[in-house]
Design a binder for this molecule. Structure first.
Ligand code: CMX
Length: 136
């Protein structure tokens, strides 16, 4: 079973312009920004209990988030679940015939290991599984 919702990813055109709503209006703790080169995004995290809101800004026109923004505009992009057995879980999903974007884990923000399930596998919600750096 996944341990918790790690984060909810929200696609934005500009982290700088979107930050005041989460930090000042909602009053969440701003944890900082990071460029995830492999995913072609800049991300910003805001802490909410054991979870986070992750703002995603594309770093180039070929970023999956740029494509998403072009098609849908800003809004909820994905939900990420924390697991502690990512490679095993991916094997099990493959056995079940679940459509995956990533068949093997790759590197996400904070050196986590991450993998995406295709939105077509889950009724239109892009789903991410992630494993904290300390538990792999
Ligand atoms: N949520 C729901 N549906 C989505 C989606 C999303 N975030 N992104 C794309 N889709 C849908 C599209 O609407 C489209 O649906 P239709 O066929 O019904 O029109 C379908 O998926 C295919 O989308 P596309 O625009 O043609 O884009 P691609 O197939 O090239 O890519 C996807 C889609 C999901 C495989 C790609 O975006 C991907 O690999 N995503 C995972 C990586 C990622 O998003 N990284 C950024 C975040 C990184 C982080 O959090 O660190």
């Amino acid at each position: 079973m996944p341990k918790k919702i790690s984060h909810v990813g929200i696609a934005v055109n500009s982290i700088e312009e979107s930050t005041p709503f989460y930090r000042d209006v909602l009053g969440m703790d701003f944890e900082g920004t990071e460029v995830v080169a492999e995913q072609k995004v800049k991300v910003a995290f805001f802490v909410i209990g054991e979870s986070r809101i992750e703002l995603l800004e594309p770093t180039g026109p070929d970023s999956p988030v740029a494509k998403f923004l072009e098609k849908n505009g800003p809004g909820i992009h994905h939900i990420a679940y924390e697991v502690d057995d990512l490679p095993k879980r991916l094997d099990s999903l493959k056995e079940q015939g679940v459509r995956l974007v990533d068949e093997v884990p790759r590197t996400g923000a904070h050196q986590t290991r991450i993998a995406f399930l295709h939105p077509k596998a889950s009724g239109g919600v892009l789903t991410e599984l992630c494993q904290a750096a300390s538990s792999h």
